[in-house]
Design a binder for this molecule. Structure first.
Ligand code: HEM
Length: 410
């Protein structure tokens, strides 16, 4: 099943290979080997199954359990008792709930994305892009991450939630710290302490925001979640706060990575970039292709139900399973010539937003942000090029994104 040991003795097919910066910079050869040599792979380092083919990832996302937050007792056994307060927030977040609790929270939350609300956000996203680009005019070059990819989703998220947009740096800091925990599977005490602090501060901040909203209502998600009622059912305040946190983190890190990874991909494929400039009407399919090609969220986890089997391999009930969307999106049995970027690609039902019940709650907003940001960037800057061929990927194994992206622009 396993090949020769490489990274710190980990078998060649282990997802632990992603700790090697070269593999992290280009994980696709590792994914290809997994799909071809062992598509349902028991990773002894992760102590989890790793699933990499498109139909298997769909199956896992569709039928396996999402309730995967360890109990306080389990965390104690694992010597990770200090992160119990984080787990207590996670158990109330929709991302980690199964039916019927999941449907209940998701239904109550869905009122936040009415067509009217989306239309208002669309207009604001255009305005925010214009302001951010105005500040860059005449600079000759800039780091896309600090000037656009970080602030744009942070400001949009503040608006979506209904908190002051002037707090966007605060939201971004918390979101980055929480994402370190979400995206990485190896326990790291230093990182856990940072996440704990962020959870404590966010919880305090959003409880205060809920109380403020009760007196001065906003039209954001905090208000929608606090007041939503279906058949007399309402969310508790801690459920509201937990789901505001998951939406805040889910909405920022991934969208930041869509903008950073997407632009890097376009700059590395100048012919495709010129194609988009020549035909701006391609923007919708272009964003879908960028999501498929360099997926911001590379994998997620589930728990095997009783009687699970994938490709004839029985998966014991309760085992952890990693569904690697980043690999499924390059599966040649699903996508023709999957390693080729084609901004006009048809039949592009990628898994970058997941699948089935937990399909990304914010996908319409994320698509809109990506489409507006890339369109306006190309309109504003007639010439764009990479300042350095070498780029640095953030050391986050699941949430794939850059720490810096320096471009020359005029
Ligand atoms: C390019 C941007 C985005 C990507 C690639 C992305 C990706 C994903 C993926 C893969 C999932 C499913 C995870 C799983 O099944 O385990 C998900 C769920 C979720 N996303 Fe996104 N997301 C993006 C933007 C957003 C935005 C803008 C928001 C907030 C408005 C958001 C909020 C959420 C929430 C709350 C969930 C949990 C849904 C549930 O469990 O029912 N995401 N996202």
């Amino acid at each position: 099943m396993s090949g020769p040991a490489t990274r710190q003795g980990a078998p060649a097919l282990s997802l632990y290979q992603l700790l090697d910066p070269e593999v992290l910079a280009n994980p696709y050869p590792l994914y290809r080997r997994l799909r071809e040599e062992s598509p349902v792979y028991w990773d002894p380092y992760l102590h989890a199954w790793v699933v990499t083919r498109y139909p298997d990832v769909v199956e896992v996302l569709h039928h396996f359990h999402a309730d995967r937050t360890p109990t306080p007792e389990r965390l104690d056994q694992l010597g990770m008792g200090e992160i119990t307060p984080i787990a207590q927030v996670m158990v109330e977040q929709m991302l980690f709930l199964d039916p019927p609790q999941h449907g209940r929270v998701r239904r109550l939350a869905s009122v936040a994305f009415s067509p009217g609300r989306i239309a208002v956000l669309r207009e604001h996203i255009g305005g925010i892009c214009d302001r951010l680009f105005d500040e860059l005019a005449g600079s000759g070059g800039f780091d896309v991450m600090t000037t656009i990819a970080n602030p744009l989703p942070a400001i949009v998220t503040a608006e979506m939630l209904g908190v002051p947009t002037s707090d966007h740096l605060l939201l971004k800091g918390w979101s980055q710290d929480f994402a370190e925990m979400l995206g990485n599977f190896q326990h790291n005490p230093g990182r856990a302490r940072k996440t704990l602090k962020a959870v404590e501060e966010m919880t305090h901040y959003f409880h205060a925001a809920v109380k403020r909203d009760a007196v001065h209502p906003t039209d954001g998600l905090i208000h929608a979640l606090s007041t939503a009622e279906v058949d007399g059912d309402r969310l508790s305040e801690s459920e509201v706060v937990a789901n505001v946190i998951v939406t805040m983190v889910g909405g920022q890190e991934t969208t930041t990575n869509l903008i950073g990874n997407g632009l890097l991909t376009l700059l590395r494929e100048p012919e495709q970039l010129d194609r988009l400039r020549a035909d701006p009407g391609l923007i919708q399919s272009a964003v879908e292709e960028l999501l498929r090609y360099e997926s911001p969220s590379q994998h997620t986890a589930r728990i095997a139900p009783a009687g699970a089997e994938l490709r004839g391999v029985p998966i014991p009930e309760g085992d952890a399973v990693m569904a690697v969307m980043g690999s499924a999106n390059r599966d040649p049995y699903r996508f023709e010539d999957p390693d080729r970027l084609d901004l006009g690609r048809q039949d592009n039902r990628h898994l970058a937003f997941g699948w089935a019940a937990h399909f990304c709650f914010g996908a319409p907003l994320a698509r809109m942000e990506g489409q507006i940001a890339f369109s306006k960037l190309l309109q504003r800057f007639g010439s764009l090029a990479l300042a350095d061929e070498e780029v640095t990927w953030r050391p986050n194994l699941g949430l794939r994104g850059l720490s810096e992206l320096n471009v020359l622009a005029s």
